[in-house]
Every structure is written in C-alpha cells, then in structure tokens.
Design a protein around this ligand. Structure first.
Ligand code: ACO
Length: 156
C-alpha cells in the first residue's frame, strides 16, 4: 500500500457511488453530504479499491462521512490504511479534531475506529430509526443509535 495511490477525486470525475453505497444505505442519504466533501480514492493497478470522504464541520472539526473498501479487498488492512491517511490529512490541515460516526451494531467498524485511536464521545439516539426509511440490520441487530467517535489532532 502506497500513500501516493490515494488521490483527491476531481470535481469533473464521476462519484463512485458503488463504493460509497457499501458504507451508506441509499444514494439519497449519500447525496445529503457527498457534494460538500472532499472525496479521496485509493487506486492500485487502475482498479478502484477504496474511498473516503471528508467534510469540514467547522474550522476546528473535520468528519469522515464515508469510508469503504471494495469487498474483494476487505480485511487486508486497507481500511486502517485509509483511516490513517485521513487522520494525517486532517492533521496537516490543522484541524483540532477528526470525527466519525457509525451504527450501534457495527462491531467491526467500532473496533477498527478505536484501534486507530478514535474515542466514543456521543450517542445520537434513534438516528437510524429517524433518518432512514427502512430498518437496517448489521450482525443480525437492527441499527438504532449512531455512535460518534473523535480524535484530537495536533497531539499525534
Ligand atoms: N470481523 C471483525 N474484525 C475484522 C474483520 C471482520 N470480518 N475483518 C477485519 N477485521 C479487523 C482486522 O483484523 C483489523 O484488525 P487488526 O489490525 O487487529 O488485525 C481491523 O479489523 C481492520 O481491518 P482492515 O482490513 O483494515 O479493514 P477493511 O480493509 O476491511 O476496511 C471497512 C474496513 C472500511 C469497514 C470495510 O470493511 C468496508 O468497506 N466495509 C463496508 C462499508 C462500511 O461499513 N464502512 C464504514 C461505515 S461507517 C462510515 O462510513 C463513516
């Protein structure tokens, strides 16, 4: 994995919804934030392998709104590589904090985010019940609340 294979998607390039849809339920949900995001893609040998999207929340905070790895390449360390790249980028841009949200039953994601240094700070009660038309299940459990995690920057 080489950091140089991660690049900003140009504004005239097609948004890779196929990958973004691995991390979010519908195109409508993605369209609520993606146009305000910088989208970074990870390509190797001309294949699109991973993606993450960063949205500025305030002058101090940037949020990873979406992170996904093509199913064929998951569980090989690429998710961790993308998160570390996003954290490094946020740090270089002098944000004080980087945040990320996931479902209360998203066990792998909660594990991964804490493994790279994020810490839980907020629970958005009933987020998935109130913001999505259909029930979403992960690991056989219906998602209800959004767990928000954050990492303080300029300390790393
Ligand atoms: N179950 C439990 N743990 C696992 C699994 C698994 N199936 N697969 C990998 N892990 C562990 C790994 O062992 C590793 O931990 P370790 O360092 O202790 O060995 C850790 O999880 C990270 O694994 P990666 O290989 O780096 O993760 P991956 O490349 O699969 O990317 C991601 C993780 C982005 C969540 C990917 O699985 C994915 O695209 N999933 C679908 C989309 C999604 O859920 N995105 C996040 C939604 S939330 C948001 O977008 C803000």
């Amino acid at each position: 994995m080489n950091k140089r294979d991660i690049r900003l998607l140009a504004s005239d390039e097609e948004i890779p919804y196929r990958l973004l849809l691995l991390a979010d339920e519908t195109k409508e949900a993605i369209d609520k934030y993606i146009h305000d995001c910088d989208i970074f893609i990870y390509q190797a040998n001309l294949s699109l392998i991973g993606i993450y999207a960063l949205q500025e929340i305030s002058l101090e905070e940037i949020e990873i709104k979406n992170v996904a790895v093509d199913e064929r390449y998951q569980s090989k360390g690429i998710g961790k590589f993308l998160l570390r790249d996003a954290i490094g980028r946020a740090n270089n841009r002098n944000y004080k904090m980087i945040t990320i949200g996931t479902g209360d039953a998203s066990i792998k994601q909660l594990y991964l985010y804490q493994k790279v240094g994020f810490e839980i700070y907020e629970i958005k009660k009933n987020f998935f019940l109130e913001n999505y038309p259909e029930p979403i299940y992960e690991n056989g459990i219906q998602l209800k609340h959004m767990i928000k995690l954050r990492m303080n920057l300029n300390l790393i």
